[in-house]
Each structure stands twice: as structure tokens, then as C-alpha cells.
Write a protein that binds this ligand. Sequence first.
Ligand SMILES: [Zn+2]
Length: 108
Amino acid sequence: MKNKERKIKVGEEEYRIRLVRYLKKCRNKKQIVAGDFSCKRNEIKIKNNISEKQKEETLYHEIAHAILYELGKYNKPIQKLFYNENFIDRLGKILSQTFKIRYLNKND
Ligand SMILES: [Zn+2]
């Protein structure tokens, strides 16, 4: 993948998508961290040393976080779902089954 900047708009927010070598470990150390969503920096980070399929799955997972962040702005109960990784994983899978976004392909 080239180093050109990729962006995605989710609701009112635009996020920069960055491929990175390292990610900080999250609180749940049992899980392998492949991506990171930051609403403060408007940024989605994805590890670059994983397979293209894993990158796509991770992107959808982080997009699911972005959707829940957007919905949570106006709905307190939904804010809790933002931190529910099982829910986010499921939503990410549904998104990937629904859409075929190829943000991370090598040759585009
Ligand atoms: Zn997550």
C-alpha cells in the first residue's frame, strides 16, 4: 500500500486511515490489537504487518466503533455499546458482509 492518505466519513466525522507498524496495547490484554479508533484525533490506525483480509476485518471493526461513537453522541445507552467489543465485532462482520470496501488493497 502506498503512503497516500486515506479518509472515510462516518456520519458527521471524517477519519484519517493510517497503516502503522506498532499499536499500543489496549486494556483487554487477551485480545490481539490490530486496530485503533480515536475520536479525539479523528483517526483509525491499522497494523500493516497483518494479512489484507485481517486489515479489512479490522477496518470494519473500527468503522463499527465510529458508527457507535456517532450514534452515542445523541443516545446515552448506545454510548455503552461503543465499549462492547463483542457487539462491535458482530457489527463489523455484518458491515463487511454488506459492503465491499477495498480501502487497503495494495494496488489502488
Ligand atoms: Zn474494538
